[in-house]
Each structure stands twice: as C-alpha cells, then as structure tokens.
Design a protein around this ligand. Structure first.
Ligand SMILES: CC(C)(COP(=O)(O)OP(=O)(O)OC[C@H]1O[C@@H](n2cnc3c(N)ncnc32)[C@H](O)[C@@H]1OP(=O)(O)O)[C@@H](O)C(=O)NCCC(=O)NCCS
Length: 343
C-alpha cells in the first residue's frame, strides 16, 4: 500500500489589500484598526474583484502546486475542492475549476472526477483526509485538494455586519496528494463534528424547507431579509468551542501516533482569530516559533487557510522535507479536523 504525501503546494490571493482602516473609511463601517487587531490579530485581508469566483482563484493556486510537484495538469486524477463560497448553489465549484484548468479541452480529454467538500473552515482537512485515503488504496496517484474562498461577495460590509465582515478575506490554496513508496506523508487524521451547533455559525440565504426556497413578493420576485442574507455567528460560543475542539483533536492524533508535542516541528492552526491560536498554543505550551500564522495579512480565508499557510511556509523555507507537522482546524457545523504529516 503506497503512502500519500504532499508533492506540491500552491496559493493565490487577489491583489486588492483591504486594511482595517479601509473598512472604516472606504466602507463606512463603525470599527477601528485597534478594535480589530486587539480582538483578532487581523491587520488586512484581500478582496477579489467582481466577476471573479472561487474557481477563478483556485486556478493559479492549483497551477503553482502542480508545477511545484513537477507534474503536469493532466497527471491530476481527481479534483477535491473545499469552499463555503461556491459560485452557485449547484453545480459545485469543482467542475468550473476542471474546465478552467483546461482539463475538458478536446485534445486533453481528461474528464477527472470533481468532489466538492462542504465543511467550511475544516473543509481542507476533510478533503485531505479523503484524498490521502484514496491515494493509499493504490487506485489513484495524484489528487489535487484545493481550498478556495470568495468571502467578500457575501459579507455585510456595513456597521450591522461588522462582527462577521471584519474577519474574513479571499484566497485559495492547493496541495497535490501523491502516492509514494517512501516512508513519509499523511500519517494520521481525525475528523469531528457537532451538529447541535449548526445554527451558531451559518448563512441561510436559501432554505429548501420553505415553499419556494426563497420567499417571493407579489410580483414573484425573490426576497431575502438581511437576517437570512448574511452570515450569523455567535462569536463567543464559537471561540470557546474552537479552543476545546482544536486542542482535543490534536491530542487524539498525538495519542494515536504516540507523539509528544516536542516531536512536531511546525503547527498550522486554522486562522480564525490570533487570540484563539495564542490561547491554544499557550495551553499546549508551544513555543511561538513552532506556530505558523498569516492571519494578520489575510484574515480568515476559511477552507483556503491551511493550504495557503503550507504553501507560504514552504516558500519561506520554514517548512522543509523531513519535518513533522500538525494541522488543525475548526469551523461552522461545528466541524473540526487534524492531521499529522511527515513532509
Ligand atoms: C468575533 C470576535 C472577535 C468578537 O469578539 P468579542 O469580544 O466576542 O465581541 P462581541 O461579539 O461580544 O462584541 C462586543 C462589542 O463589540 C462590537 N463589535 C463587534 N464587532 C466589531 C468591530 N468589528 N468593530 C467594532 N466593534 C465591534 C459589538 O457590536 C459589541 O458591541 P456592544 O457591546 O455595544 O453590543 C470573537 O467573538 C471571536 O473571534 N470569535 C470566534 C470567531 C471565529 O473563530 N469565527 C470563525 C470560526 S471558523
């Protein structure tokens, strides 16, 4: 049975940098750089321009990962795409990405499967666990796992929405999960969820329990109230559960692998709030230099966060062959996940 290792990483963030001050001045949100930085550690985020969707951001990230792996796009055997901000209700963004990568061109004729993952901030780790398990069966050699988000389209960029809108940014990250006979790769993973808190972090813009799924006015025009249109978050509840679940997921993996925290060279925590991660790191007694972060530059990029971090850490030389790393995420659902990888 082959091992499943990460043979390439890539990322892409849109050019437009939106600072905390921009949110206050350009968007007129009643907030301050001080409030946002003090509570979350975020200094800026990126926003994609109108006309750009999740699959568009994913293309350069995947191309970078494919090149990094020394492969060509036609070597990809499956696309696994995680996002909470797909272009449409259906189809999923995976098929748009497949087309944009040129994998449906007649002369290529490479109609690989496309699997869309809907586990929000944990989506990348759910996708990675799925891809690694498939590669380990020996039935597929290279799977691209991409997390990509265009949050800026669905943020209430007004004072009403400030407790959510100031946290999120756009971006994409990708890895190639490949088969190898070398002694390396994804060693273990843990996935968890607690559906009792499904509503605590949710966006219910359409609801198939309603008839029709979006209420219509007398002219037949669909109407969505602000409460349904924008994301709802019980921030403190999310904070509390994020800390507990991230520590719990990591500890499970460490026990399974008979590891101690000292055995791990670098930790990649989902970037929702620097304070959450500092608290987790402190509880675990981790030294600062072992915990990678980029929330100050990008905010929370949900499913894209961990693969963006992996790609950046590799390019900065902080993530190197032979290292043991741990990745952990928590998000809407509530869902969470962790993975231990020998790089
Ligand atoms: C979002 C979060 C930073 C808010 O911090 P908090 O200390 O819990 O703040 P609260 O939501 O209780 O709000 C406190 C006050 O600040 C205000 N506020 C909220 N966002 C603000 C902003 N961006 N700027 C200024 N004031 C803001 C609130 O309106 C509230 O005002 P009030 O007391 O007059 O009602 C914090 O709860 C958090 O990070 N939670 C976890 C979020 C998360 O991880 N989400 C993603 C999971 S994947």
């Amino acid at each position: 049975m082959p091992n499943a290792y990460i043979s390439g990483t890539g990322f892409y963030v849109p050019d437009e940098v939106v600072t905390n001050e921009d949110l206050a001045i350009r968007y007129g949100i009643d907030t301050t750089d001080e409030w946002i930085q003090k509570r979350t550690g975020i200094e800026a985020r990126r926003f994609a321009p109108e006309g750009v969707g999740a699959a568009d951001l994913a293309v350069p990230a995947v191309e970078m990962a494919v090149e990094c792996a020394g492969l060509s796009k036609t070597d990809i055997g499956l696309i696994v795409l995680a996002t909470l901000s797909p272009e449409h209700c259906f189809p999923g963004s995976g098929v748009y990405l497949q087309t944009k990568l040129g994998l449906t061109d007649d002369d290529v004729g490479h109609f690989v499967g496309c699997l869309d993952v809907r586990d929000q901030c944990s989506g990348f780790l759910y996708g990675l666990a799925t891809a690694a398990s498939m590669v380990q069966t020996g039935s597929i050699d290279n799977i691209v796992v991409v997390g990509t988000e265009v949050h800026s389209a669905a943020l209430d960029l007004s004072t009403r929405g400030r407790s959510v809108a100031t946290l999120f940014g756009d971006g994409a990250g990708a890895v190639i999960v490949s088969a190898t006979n070398e002694d390396r790769g994804v060693r273990s993973w843990h996935l968890g969820a607690d559906g009792r808190y499904a509503d605590a972090l949710s966006q219910k813009v359409w609801d198939t329990r309603k008839r029709p799924f979006i209420p219509r006015n007398e002219e037949g025009v669909g109407q969505v109230t602000p409460d349904d249109m924008w994301a709802h978050m019980e921030g403190r509840l999310v904070f509390k559960h994020a800390v507990e679940r991230m520590i719990g997921a990591l500890m499970k993996e460490f026990q399974k692998q008979s590891l101690t925290l000292d055995d791990v060279d670098l930790f990649f925590f989902h970037q929702a709030n620097l304070r959450i991660n500092q608290y987790v790191a402190k509880q675990l007694g981790l030294p600062e230099e072992k915990v990678f972060h980029n929330i100050e530059r990008y905010g929370n990029t949900t499913a894209a966060t961990i693969p963006i971090m992996l790609a950046e850490a590799e390019r900065e030389g902080r993530l190197q062959r032979g290292m043991k790393i741990a990745a952990v995420a928590f998000g809407s659902g509530f869902t969470w996940g962790a993975a231990i990888i020998d790089w």
